[in-house]
Design a protein around this ligand. Structure first.
Ligand code: NAP
Length: 304
């Protein structure tokens, strides 16, 4: 039976450590602070940001939720970021994506002080990560490493195949795996014979954004599968494609009218040595690592 890597339990352990760090900083009169900027009324973004603000409250981190209207301009957002860059009570700035189309997302992410860039999206932090210098790493890929590390899964010398090359997940995940001495292959939509490559993976990271894309024949038996994908299924046809006969999922689907599936087909997990489930795998780590980055930023900024 494959081992299920319990992301929720790992995230809880990290949060306990972060709360401990927050208490240690209090001795120096420091309370880490996170500004969360939520533009407009995107339902999913509201849920994410509220859970981030709640996590701050749980761990003793100060948070300031700022909610500009959908109509906000790039200039107004740049002025807001500038203000946050200069506020001493703010150690981390989180701009929840996606932003409305008329707002220049890149310009905004570039405007965040790299020392407060707790999402790790600033090119300066991406460069530092690549150069192997201390950096605020993007939260989801950092969470992937924590899951592997804390589950005792060897990375050194292993062949890690990352499917997806986004700046937010795929690329930084590959870089972090490289720093752990894995032999890393990055795949994307133009990769030829994808299954041929993924079948070589000792550690397979799927960050594609396509439901159940990694099928059993793409997996080497015994591999560790890290499924970063989050895809919502809302129709019976979609549901049956992945979860026909799964009573637990059926109950969720009947109750809520939807369920989520990762980028890995549930049948592919059966071949794994270990895997992260969706939900309850990588997802919970993202917020835990955001909290960890906020405390780290607070410490680094004050050279503590
Ligand atoms: P993204 O920016 O859309 O990137 C998707 C990547 O997958 C791209 O590099 C793309 O290749 C590649 N891809 C698409 N179709 C492919 C194919 N047929 N074969 C091989 N590669 C293919 O997505 P993302 O932001 O990285 O997110 C990926 C997934 O992770 C999504 O499901 C997202 O919801 C999830 N996610 C989860 C968390 C979490 O907290 N758990 C956080 C962030 C994202 P090209 O570059 O060639 O187009």
């Amino acid at each position: 039976m494959p081992k299920v890597l319990d992301g929720a339990a790992i995230a809880a352990a990290i949060k306990l450590e972060v709360a401990e760090d927050v208490r240690a900083l209090a001795v120096h009169g420091v309370r880490p602070g996170l500004a969360a900027v939520l533009v407009g009324n995107v339902a999913a973004s509201e849920i994410y940001v509220r859970s981030k603000v709640q996590a701050c409250a749980d761990l003793g981190i100060y948070s300031d939720l700022i909610t500009p209207p959908e109509s906000v301009s790039t200039d107004e957002m740049l002025a807001l970021v500038d203000k946050l860059n200069h506020r001493n009570d703010i150690d981390g700035i989180l701009i929840q994506l996606p932003l409305p189309k008329h707002v220049d997302t890149k310009a905004l992410l570039d405007a965040v002080d790299p020392a407060k860039d707790v999402d790790g999206f600033h090119p300066m932090n991406a460069g530092r990560l690549q150069a192997g210098r201390p950096a605020l790493a993007p939260c989801t890929p950092a969470g992937v490493i924590e899951i592997l590390r804390r589950s005792g899964i060897a990375m050194s010398g292993q062949h890690a195949v990352v499917v997806g090359r986004s700046d937010i997940v795929g690329k930084p995940a590959a870089m972090l795996l490289l720093h752990q001495n894995a032999t890393v292959t990055i795949c994307h939509s133009k990769t030829r014979d994808l299954g041929e490559v993924t079948r070589q993976a000792d550690i397979l990271v799927a960050a594609i954004g396509r439901p159940g894309f990694i099928t059993p024949e793409m997996v080497k038996p015994g591999a560790t599968i890290i499924d970063v994908g989050i895809n919502r299924l809302t129709t019976r046809e979609e549901f049956d494609r992945y979860f026909a006969g799964d009573a637990k999922r059926e109950a969720i689907f009947s109750k809520r009218g939807s369920t989520i599936v990762g980028d890995v087909h549930p049948k592919a997990f059966e071949l794994a040595g270990a895997y992260t489930p969706v939900p309850g795998g990588v997802g919970p780590l993202t917020i835990a690592m955001l909290m960890a980055n906020t405390v780290r930023a607070a410490r680094m900024r004050r050279e503590l």
